[in-house]
Design a protein around this ligand. Structure first.
Ligand SMILES: [Ca+2]
Length: 331
């Protein structure tokens, strides 16, 4: 292969795969994920119906993170929906830092850029970018994104979220099974909020009942010492329909202690915005077994933002109520 051919091939690979899309393709995007509580925001590219084998176009995208360490990826798509993974190019002082489809971490008040030139004698029109999306992997992160295209047919702004900052409000559950609560790593992370009437210590914080781990003795949610009633609550980032919940004791080798600290009498409640609604009542639950998960189901068709278990008695311990794990389930 001659140097010239290799050079031409490299040029084609570098510049030949970027695409643009027409507005009449937007319906293809609407059915995909996205929306207010999604982690994904879509954008179309102006002038994407234009394709010339004699004219070069430039495209530039920039994403600024307004919050710290936003992990995100930019995805670009052809007219047929195939994804484009062409590395961007440096041009006229614009350094391209983003590789489409690959995750990148953006620090607060920092901008990352993607630039690509396309068209001209090397363009294959079927390889045009038609639309794109930004996927944020960091719940709560806020970004400001936009871009432009510039060429012989004119220039235009790539508008993303109408030029306004966009916040990832998603809360994708990564809880075990069909648990609607994600695997919590604090009372606030990754999303939602865990709270309790009392917590004995940091080792016994409320969130340790939602961390998908059955801890050893002394861990898991404990009420304050010598308090044997109380509530444990999870507030979702968006309303959810809960029709069942599970409870587990702590993973204690001393089963007597686990049973004594386990809930005995309680109500399971939902917050309707004004008051707590009782969805389920349990009395005299005494048959706890070491690390066993007990499931309680009830009828409910309403989506509520907050649920709690409100415990009025344990199984005889004068020290604590303990819940090792709790799940909120759709059925
Ligand atoms: Ca736990």
């Amino acid at each position: 292969m001659s140097k010239l051919v290799r050079c031409l091939l490299s040029f084609v690979i570098l510049f030949g795969t970027v695409v643009f899309l027409s507005k009449d393709q937007s319906f293809a995007v609407a059915s995909l994920d996205g929306g207010e509580n999604s982690n994904t925001i879509y954008f179309t590219i102006p002038l994407n119906s234009f394709c010339s084998k004699s004219q070069v176009m430039d495209l530039s995208l920039n994403v600024t993170s307004l919050t710290n360490n936003a992990e995100l990826s930019i995805h670009l798509f052809k007219k047929n929906g195939d994804e484009i993974n062409t590395q961007g190019t440096s041009y006229d002082g614009i350094e391209s830092e983003i590789i489409p489809g690959a995750p990148t971490t953006v620090k607060k008040d920092t901008t990352v850029v993607y630039h690509l030139a396309y068209g001209g004698m090397y363009q294959n029109c079927s390889e045009r970018v038609y639309y794109g999306k930004i996927v944020s992997n960091t719940t709560g992160s806020s970004i400001l994104a936009g871009g432009w295209v510039d060429g012989a047919k004119g220039n235009a702004t790539i508008l993303i979220n109408n030029g306004e900052p966009w916040t990832n409000k998603s809360c994708i559950s990564s809880g075990e099974g069909n648990d609607l609560v994600p695997t919590m790593t604090s009372n606030f992370a990754p999303c939602g909020q865990v709270s309790a009437s009392t917590e004995f210590s940091s080792l016994n914080a409320a969130w340790t009942a939602f961390n998908d781990t059955i801890e050893s003795s002394g861990r898991g949610w404990h009420t304050e010492k010598n308090i044997t009633s109380g509530w444990l609550e999870y507030a979702f980032h968006s309303p959810q329909v809960v029709r069942a919940y599970t409870l587990q004791t702590q993973n204690s080798p001393n089963n007597t202690v686990s049973v004594a600290r386990a809930p005995k009498t309680w109500t399971f409640e939902a917050w309707n915005g004004q008051e707590w609604i009782v969805l389920d009542s349990q009395n005299n639950i005494t048959n706890w077994v070491y690390s066993e998960s007990k499931k309680f189901s009830f009828t409910n068709e309403k989506a509520y933002s907050k649920y709690r278990i409100n415990i009025t008695a344990n199984n005889g311990s004068v020290e604590h109520i303990v819940i090792g794990e709790m799940q909120l389930l759709p059925n």
